[in-house]
Structure formats: C-alpha cells, structure tokens
Design a protein around this ligand. Structure first.
Ligand SMILES: Cc1cc2nc3c(=O)[nH]c(=O)nc-3n(C[C@H](O)[C@H](O)[C@H](O)COP(=O)(O)O)c2cc1C
Length: 318
C-alpha cells in the first residue's frame, strides 16, 4: 500500500472537503493519506472586505508568493504519490499556492514525484490550471492527473452568490439564488476520482490512461463560452496589473485608488460587457469550432502533451 501526501490551502473548508472526498476511497483501500495544510504566516481574511479582496489581485495574478508557515515534510519523505489542492484567485493560483510551489524545500520534494492536482474555483480555471502544471514540470515533478471542481450555476448567478459568500459570509441558498460554491453533490461524487487514482496506484500506470479515465468521469468540465471570457479577461488583467503596479508594489494606499477602479471595471465587465461578449461568441462559434476543440484537448490533456499524447484523439466524457 502507498503513502500519499495531500497538500491543500483552503479558506472556507471547501477545498479540504473536496480533497477528503477524493482521498476517502484511497484510505478505504488501505493507503495512508497524510494531509498537509498550506498556511500563510499572515492569514488572509475570510469573509473578506472588498478592499482586502481586491488588494490580492496584483500578487495573485503576478505570481508573487506570501510567506508560509514551514511545512514539516519528515513524515512524507517516503510518499509515492502527491496530491495538491489549490483554489483559483483572479484567474491564477491563490497567493498561498504560489507560496507553496515557490518554496525551495517543496520544489525539491516534488521532484520526480507523480502529482495529481485538484483545482477549486467558481468557474474560471484554465489559466490557473496551466500555471500549476507549469510549476510542477518546472520543479521536475510529473503531472499525473488533473481534477477541477467548480460552481455549475450560470456565470451571472454564481458571480452574485460568490460575492455574497466571500464578502458577506453567506453561502446558503436565498430566495431565487442557489447556495454558493461547488455543490455538495459534486463534492460527494468526487470520490469516483479517488477510485480511479487507486486503480492507477495499483497498476503503477500514471501515463495518459489515468487522465483519460478522470475526464471520462467528469474531472474537468470545459465550457467554451466561459473559457472565451476567461482568456479575454486574462489578457486585460495584464494591462491592469501594469497600470496598478506603476503606483508601486506595496499593498498600501498608493495603489488603493487604482484597485478601486479595477473593482468597478470588473463588475461593469461582468454585467454589461460579458453578455455582449457571449452573443459575439455564439455568433462566431462556427468559425471558432476547430480552435476550440484544439484548446479543449490541450487544456484537458495538458499533461499528456509533454508525454506525447496523440493530438487528434477525440475527447470523450465531457
Ligand atoms: C481573492 C479571490 C479571487 C478569486 N478569483 C476567482 C477566479 O478568478 N476564478 C474563479 O473561478 N474563482 C475565483 N475565486 C473563487 C475561489 O476559487 C473560491 O473562493 C474557492 O474555490 C473557495 O475555496 P476555499 O474556501 O476552499 O479556499 C476567487 C476567490 C478569492 C478569495
């Protein structure tokens, strides 16, 4: 039986619930799962104030790590498998996730290990997923599987419920609005991924088969219209980052005004511009079809590109 090191950063507990659901079948099968929390030296608030929330944009997007409490690796040095759970912040890995992947001892630890990642987000995960896989390959780790759990409600609904949750602390359903976050059903059924990972551990096969089976069971849901918004948003975020950092990279008052402008921009774009963007997206869909299919394969099978996964293999199960 194997030892599995399972790292996570969570604010509300959602990330840990997902991780536990994935790991339960592994524990039932007799593997030892050692949970390791990623904890910032100075904790981020939860719920957030709007100002604190937007203050994290430059560092999240720019990949600037925060200091973390040191993670004791002595009891997982002999772990054969590693799982890393990460939340998405501003289309990027969260600041503590950047901290984790930039820690020299962690980078050394991840070298040559099979690493399975679990993204946890509202609905925009593509860029963070790419960044996390780049971190893994960058430290000599082997990306072995990718799972992404998200809120499956409509984009314009989940943007309201997530603000209610993250800023006001109310996650529950209210009136016409559903509960925020990944649904309890999706969290519970994430156990299926643990069973698939167990099969890979038993067979010792961490090649393309694992990711293929994960995808067939809904481990990654690629929604072209949301990816279109995300990619456009990501490019524009780069311009905002430059504009904000012209005021210095401290987290003080100097950049506060520009971050306020960014906040208004973000809400305006979500409510006013993105519905128009959607119409443009669907009108031009037939012309984009081939590019979308290519990108879908690249994102979902990202891992296998480096392993020579056949490019024209048709995706199934999404
Ligand atoms: C600062 C911040 C920025 C966020 N940005 C995004 C985002 O760009 N895309 C997305 O899908 N979710 C985003 N979210 C939602 C998080 O992914 C969500 O809070 C997380 O999945 C909750 O997990 P946790 O409570 O276990 O940390 C953001 C959350 C925070 C706190």
């Amino acid at each position: 039986m194997s030892k599995i090191a399972a790292f996570y950063y969570t604010q509300s507990g959602q990330g840990l619930n997902i991780l536990r659901s994935v790991c339960r079948p592994l524990e039932d099968a007799g593997h030892q799962v050692v949970y390791k929390a990623i904890v910032p030296e100075t904790e981020f608030p939860f719920p957030w104030t709007a100002d604190a929330f937007f203050q994290t944009f430059p560092e999240s997007y720019g990949g600037v790590a925060c200091s973390l409490r040191s993670i004791d690796l002595s009891d997982v040095e002999d772990a054969a498998q590693v799982i890393v759970e990460y939340p998405v912040w501003f289309l990027s890995p969260s600041i503590p996730t950047h901290g984790f992947f930039q820690t020299p001892a962690i980078r050394q630890f991840l070298k040559d290990k099979n690493i399975i990642t679990i993204g946890n987000c509202r609905n925009m995960w593509v860029k963070a997923h790419t960044a996390v896989n780049e971190y893994i390959t960058g430290c000599g780790g082997k990306p072995a599987g990718s799972i992404v759990l998200q809120d499956r409600h409509h984009n314009l609904i989940s943007v309201i419920t997530i603000v209610r949750w993250l800023i006001h602390g109310h996650k529950e359903k209210k009136g016409l609005f559903p509960a925020a976050g990944v649904s309890p059903e999706d969290i519970a059924s994430a156990a299926v991924f643990g069973r698939i990972i167990n099969e890979a551990i038993l067979s010792g096969d961490f090649s393309g088969q694992l990711q293929q089976k994960l995808i067939q069971n809904g481990a990654i849901r690629y929604k072209p219209s949301i990816v279109f918004i995300e990619k456009t948003g990501y490019r524009i975020f780069g311009l905002w980052l430059k504009f904000i950092l012209r005021k210095g990279d401290d987290d003080g008052k100097k950049r506060a005004f520009r971050l306020k402008l960014f906040k208004y921009y973000l809400f305006a774009v979500l409510y006013l511009v993105s519905p128009v963007g959607m119409v443009i997206f669907y009108l031009t869909y037939p012309f984009r079809y081939k590019t979308i299919q290519k990108d879908k394969r690249k994102q979902c099978y990202l891992l296998f590109f480096s392993m020579g996964h056949p490019k024209n293999k048709k995706l199934s199960g999404n």
